[in-house]
Design a protein around this ligand. Structure first.
Ligand SMILES: [Zn+2]
Ligand SMILES: [Zn+2]
Ligand SMILES: [Zn+2]
Length: 138
């Protein structure tokens, strides 16, 4: 636990963010969740440590610093997870279940995107989610 706290501090600092207690608590909560969680769930888990406004503000900063990934599920609903490993998601449109897909898209896709884009010179990252029905909801 102490080791992971130090690592979190270093991550924050190398991203140019102050290693505040709030940010560290949020990162620790995301790590212990082991699956993408909503801002509401985080606020609930951090009850008494961080209020809703602080959670949203800290999440925004962590997403901008690319330490946390935001998974947009549409309908004003988003989930958050640590951005440590690049991966994709498949989301059930009925119950909201999310599964990680560790395989990435073929690199040829990046060159195709660059070929189509007229005002961009480089692709640095991408996000891609798949939507469908889980086995329980079929
Ligand atoms: Zn489902
Ligand atoms: Zn994930
Ligand atoms: Zn990918």
């Amino acid at each position: 636990m102490a080791a992971s706290r130090t690592k979190t501090k270093e991550l924050l600092q190398s991203a140019g963010l102050a290693a505040t207690k709030q940010r560290i608590a949020l990162m620790a909560e995301l790590q212990s969740a082991r699956k993408p969680v909503s801002a509401d769930m985080l606020t609930e888990r951090l009850d008494g440590v961080l209020n809703m406004t602080t959670v949203y503000r800290a999440l925004d900063q962590l997403v901008s610093a690319r330490l946390v990934r935001r998974i947009d599920l549409g309908k004003n609903h988003a989930l958050f997870e640590l951005a440590a490993h690049h991966h994709h998601h498949i989301v059930c449109t009925t119950c909201g279940r999310v599964e990680d897909i560790s395989e990435c898209m073929p690199p040829t896709l990046t060159s195709r995107v660059l070929a189509k884009a007229t005002k961009f010179a480089a692709v640095e990252d991408h996000a891609l989610e798949f939507f469908g029905l889980c086995k329980k909801c079929v």
